[in-house]
Design a protein around this ligand. Structure first.
Ligand code: UTP
Length: 273
């Protein structure tokens, strides 16, 4: 029985960098080749042994719920044809996983979205996956790497990667000390620091394991950068009061939250199919 059995998918953001395509369509449904970002995310969670998929959605995001459901008309249409195989992966997910949804009424930041998910998570450690960080790995997926570390250390763990020092203002940056190859003890975290103010260049990407005390910390976290409740600030508090680790994950990340990263991911998958 894996110790992490539920993954939260915050998907209530507006995706303004992709307008106009995100005007009526969730950013998470953008395809890398022929599969939506959110499906890659759910597949990564399933490969980490997770079977409960919990979504924080918002207005205009109903396509997400429809995607993880059965479409009888479509099933009838493709039954017996060679295109049926294109539905194999999504059918398996719909059959093997449980899906639950709640809505974030106002987009008040990633920390607020995670707090909104408390009703689906309860009092257990959980994974968080941001589908617009698209990760490609050779062996275990990023969440599987984090879940294995959680089994050993039993604390919150974030996935990190080195970014060019000039780009720190696009990320949450950790201040920490390497305690084993690729593994860091986190002292503090700063959301989107300017290069001169950053404690380093190790950036948090959209994969986390969080212990449930994070919800109480989030409740007490004041709005920070952009007047949003930031998970980075809550994790900084958790790191100071308890224990947070960071893992330089094995693999490659494409930032599909912007058009250039999204195009690069599509090129990469298309040429490596
Ligand atoms: P982003 O910072 O990428 O914001 O959120 P966004 O709104 O999706 O996109 P832009 O900046 O307008 O183009 C990171 C992740 O956090 C979720 C988003 O859905 C995305 O997965 N999020 C963010 C929420 O669920 N709620 C929020 O209030 C903010």
């Amino acid at each position: 029985m894996p110790s992490i059995s539920i993954c939260l998918f915050p998907a209530a953001g507006y995706g303004t960098r992709f307008l106009p395509v995100t005007k009526a369509m969730p950013k998470e449904m953008l395809p890398v080749v022929n599969k939506p970002l959110i499906q890659y995310g759910v597949e990564e969670a399933a490969r980490a042994g997770i079977s409960d998929m919990a979504f924080v959605t918002g207005r205009g995001k109903r396509a997400l719920e429809d995607h993880f459901d059965i479409s009888y008309e479509l099933e009838r249409q493709v039954a017996g044809s060679e295109r049926e195989s294109l539905l194999e992966d999504i059918r398996r997910l719909v059959r093997d996983c449980r899906f639950s949804y709640t809505r974030q009424i106002e987009a008040r930041g990633l920390g607020h979205a995670i707090l909104t998910g408390e009703t689906l998570i309860g009092d257990q450690a959980f994974a968080v996956l941001l589908a617009d960080d698209f990760c490609v790995t050779e062996d275990a997926g990023v969440l599987a790497q984090l879940a294995a570390l959680y089994d050993e250390h039993r604390c919150s763990i974030v996935a990190i990667e080195e970014v060019p020092p000039a780009e720190t203002s696009s990320y949450g940056i950790i201040d920490g000390e390497e305690i084993g190859p690729g593994l860091y003890r986190v002292f503090d975290m700063v959301e989107k620091p300017e290069p001169g103010e950053a404690p380093g260049n190790l950036a948090v990407i959209g994969r986390y394991i969080l212990t449930p005390d994070i919800f109480d910390i989030l409740r007490d976290t004041a709005p920070g950068r952009n007047n949003e409740i930031q998970i980075t600030d809550a994790l900084g508090t958790q790191a100071q009061e308890g224990k947070v680790l960071a893992w330089r994950f094995r693999g490659r990340r494409f930032d599909c939250g912007n058009v250039a990263g999204f195009m690069a991911a599509n090129n990469f998958i298309w040429t490596n199919l």
